[in-house]
Structure formats: C-alpha cells, structure tokens
Design a protein around this ligand. Sequence first.
Ligand SMILES: [Fe+2]
Length: 499
Amino acid sequence: MPINRREILRSLSVVGALGLPSARVSRAQDDDANNWPDSPFLSGNYAPVFEEIEAENLRVVGRIPEALEGMFVRNGPNPQFPPIGNYHWFDGDGMLHGVLLRGGKASYRNRWVRTHGFVEEREAGRAIWGGLSNPPNPALLAQGKPMFKNAANTSVVWHDGKLLALWEGGEPHIISVPDLGTVGPYDFAGRLKHAFTAHPKIDPQTGEMFCFGYQPVRPYLQYSVVDAEGTLQSTTPIDLPKPVMMHDFAITEHHAIFMDLPATFNFVRMLSGGPFLSFEPDRGARFGILPRKGDGSQIRWFESPSCYVFHTLNAFEEGDEIVLIACRYERFPGSLGMGGPPLEGRPDAPGPIDEDPRLHRWRFNLATGATTEETLDDLPCEFPRINDTVMGRPSRFGYVMDSAMTGFHKVDLHGGPILHHPHGPGRLGGEGVFVPRPDATTEDDGWLITYVFDQASETSELVVIDTLAFDEGPVARILIPSRIPYGFHGTWLPASVLG
Ligand SMILES: [Fe+2]
C-alpha cells in the first residue's frame, strides 16, 4: 500500500479541543492497571471507562421538562488501551455519551467511535499509535499507516440528517442515532480535501455548514462551504505566512472570521530538538474576514496584540463592523505543551488552565480598517456557547463554564448582570449546551444541559438548568449508572430528527 504523504502530513496537524480543569490524582483503573502510566489525564474523572452500556428508566431528581424531548450527545477522550509514550487528554479514543429523553423518561448509552485506528488497535489488543506529544514512529509509515490515529474525540455536529463525530486532524465519522453506532468515515462524497474542524458553523437561517481544516504543510488553511442538502459546494485555500493551530472560527451573516494566532507548527524547530508546536507572541495576532462564499484571496486581515483563542462565542455584523466575541488567553496555555505539571498555587489541579481565558470582544471596521477590542469581564471562563438559533446574528446571551469547572455563568452582552449557577461542593461539570424551548419567544428561554461529576460519590449525572431561572438549582438531575469521564463538546438532537 503506497504511503500517502499528504495524508501523513495532514495527520500531523492534529490537536483537539480545550479548556482544562481539575481533578484528584489517582490511577486509572483497569484489569491491566500496571500498564497504565501515572498521568493527570488518566486519573480521577479523567480516567477512561471500559464498558459500553445501555440503561433505561434512569432515576430523576426533580422533573424532566415535558418539552425537552430529544437526545444529548457529548464526545470526549477515552483510551481503550494503555498509551504508548506520553499521554495527553487530547489523545484518547473518542467515546460518545448520550442521554435520550422521551415521554418523561431517560435512557443512557455510551459508545466508542469505531475509527479504523480504533478497530485495528482492538484487533491487536494494544495501542499501535502514540499520542500527539510523541515523536512520529517511522515504522508506522513503513507499514502504510497514518502517523497519528484519528481519535474522533472532540465534538459532534448534526447536519443534513447526519450526526458527525469530529476531530480536527482528520475526517468526520458518521454516527447512527439514537444507538450511537459508528457508520464510518465521511468525506462528503469525495469532495472533502482537508481535515475537518471540530467547530463547524451552521447558519440557522440558510442551513449551510461552514468548515475549515488546517495542516502544517501548504496550503496551511482551507475553507469549505456545505449547502443545506449536505453537498460540499466549494473549497478555497487561505494563505498564511506560517502554519498555526486554529481550533475554531466564526461566521456572521455575510462573512467568515479566521484567527491567525501565533501558536505555530515548525518542522525545522522540531528536528533541532524544539517543540513542533510553540507559541510565538512576537508574531502578534491577525483576524481574517472573508466573504462567506468568497475566494481565499479576498480575505482581509486585521492585526491585533498577541493572544490565543480556542473557542468563539459568536460573531455578528453591526453597521460597518464585524463583532467577534471569544474566550481570549493572553498566552497559549503552557500545559497544552503536553506535560501538564501541577500548577503553582493550585496543587489540586493536574496541569490544566494555567492561563485564565476571559470573554473578549473585537470590533473589525470594514470601512476604516480599524480594530478595537476590550475584555468584557474578569471572569475566567471557557467552553462558551449560545442559543445556536442566533449563530452569526446579533446575540445577547452567552453561557460559559468557569475555568475551574465548578459551574456556569450566564452573560448578558447588553450589560445586564452576570448570573452564576454553581454545581455545588465537589461537583464539576463541562461545557453547557443550550436547548431552546420549542415555543420560546426570547433568546434565553430554554435549558442548559451538561454532565456533572460528583467527586464524593464518584457518580455522574445529566443536569438540566432552566435558563430563565439560572441561579436556581437544576430542574432535573438525571442519574447515570456509570461514570462519565470529563470530555469536550456536545450537541442536542431534538426528537424531530431522531425519528
Ligand atoms: Fe473545542
């Protein structure tokens, strides 16, 4: 089998999601525990689970809202075998955790995403691929295998009647619903020619999906538009001076916004003993504005002080200005350099967010070329989400996870008070997914849902928060009979799409 150099190099672009929290350090538990290395990302509630289960009629504390019918699906890393070499949270095999709400009852199931790499390792009974922080293994190339395994572990998106499991270093995988089985990799009928971001954007009014892929060889960035019927209509390269890690982007009604931030890939640096991925703040930051269906050569760059952004909240147009709101880091988090040592002054944290991101607003004036920006609040936060029905349009409310994972904040971008929803002592949760109430008349009428882990009982639950009563307790806590490890991004599938 010939080695596909392009595939190999594309797979090097890797690197997944974000935010990084705290958990106690203990060892991963498995029949073969001696083979599992000590790692904060294999300990506490970062440790993988090894059973795929189905459970019906889950116990509910409170009451599931009648109008909340559908399925919550969240992706996250869950290695099936002890890792080769260094392990980072981004490396684990993707596992989907889904809770189906129907007729006032709840059921749960979890399933690994069965990528080619996952299946090959399962047949071998051991890990074959090392993680992202390990040097490439030439033997894999000689065997015609990709340099890195598509972990399919970062996110999920629903589009064109398909649920896709996403990993930004490779192609999506189709997942069947509600059983969460893996159908297989998906390349949009052969039209997808680049890796696929974990953060595509869907225009709620047109149904189009906008996506991009980056890689450490030219073209460093490519951007594609998928129409509402699921046909990938166009791909255009976007010129960058250096290859960079680009985890997310944003759209407005007429534009796409790309973030050329100075987390750079460099083969020469790596071959001389340095890191492949490094933060070069002297390069500054640039934000590119491109007409949504434009050619990459039409992009217009706006310069800004150096920073890093993993996740955008939203973007929209106001007169001549493009407004972007995102969680901004002053520097690229050092712990993402794959070591993750405990933080000074935060010994309980396994090496997570050593730079606290804050909500930040940039304004790019298309008439004058000026950029203005401001931090909206000192609140350390990550995993920003909105009501997706206002994606790319002026929006008022954002929902963010506090950096310590202890709760959520509801942010009013019109200057109203920031509301807090704590998960409670010893309880940590992940990203909140907003579900609009079916008959909602306001942007913030709905629920915020997430998995919460209780450290004392070592149990997990799905928490449903009424976003119109945000600082009150959850309206429902759906108890899961299996631990759900901390993970990355999820989505809500309304009952109407489940059939
Ligand atoms: Fe992400």
